[in-house]
Design a protein around this ligand. Structure first.
Ligand code: NI
Length: 178
């Protein structure tokens, strides 16, 4: 099914504007990253399964695409801003997933970013967690073009090889069009 294989076959209207703080405490917006591709994943640092698996997979993909990764900024946007301060995000990412920059913000700023990417994430009580809650969240990665427009998305079920192939295709297609 060639249409299904194409990374640009089904462009949902995701992406657009956000105003957040990066893990160095610097205010950023969507315009901060214009001129580069952006790979975005939403999650929270206390996530036990989905985020570690996704961030590991995406880190491997970025290593595999080699120099192409220099055209791309990888962002991890928290859906748990009450716990995920810039300092928490930085410690988490620099230790384990150094290719990613973490973004956080106020609850209102995070909610706006979630709407822009159509990400679902709501707190759920969980007595087995240290703080009594988890934040189940959408596990889709989004790629934006250097002009900030939607380029592709990758569902969680895709493996490292599939994501690597599709991301390469997106980056090369753009290079060829210039
Ligand atoms: Ni997660």
């Amino acid at each position: 099914m060639p249409t299904h294989q194409s990374p640009v076959s089904r462009p949902p209207s995701v992406g657009g504007s956000f105003q957040l703080v990066d893990h160095h405490g610097v205010r950023v917006t969507h315009e901060t990253y214009q001129g580069r591709f952006v790979l975005v994943f939403f999650g929270f640092t206390h996530c036990r399964v989905v985020c570690p698996r996704a961030l590991s997979k995406l880190s491997t993909v970025l290593a595999r695409i080699g120099p192409l990764a220099e055209q791309l900024q990888a962002l991890y946007i928290t859906v748990d801003p009450e716990r995920d301060t810039p300092e928490v995000m930085r410690a988490f990412l620099e230790n384990r997933y150094p290719r990613f920059t973490g973004l956080t913000g106020t609850r209102a700023e995070i909610d706006a970013a979630k709407r822009a990417f159509r990400v679902f994430a709501e707190r759920r009580l969980d007595p087995n967690e240290p703080d009594g809650y988890v934040v189940p969240h959408t596990a889709i990665s989004y790629v934006l073009n250097p002009d900030g427009k939607y380029a592709a998305h990758f569902i969680d079920a895709l493996d490292e090889t599939e994501v690597t192939d599709r991301l390469r295709m997106v980056l090369r297609a753009h290079a060829a069009s210039e």
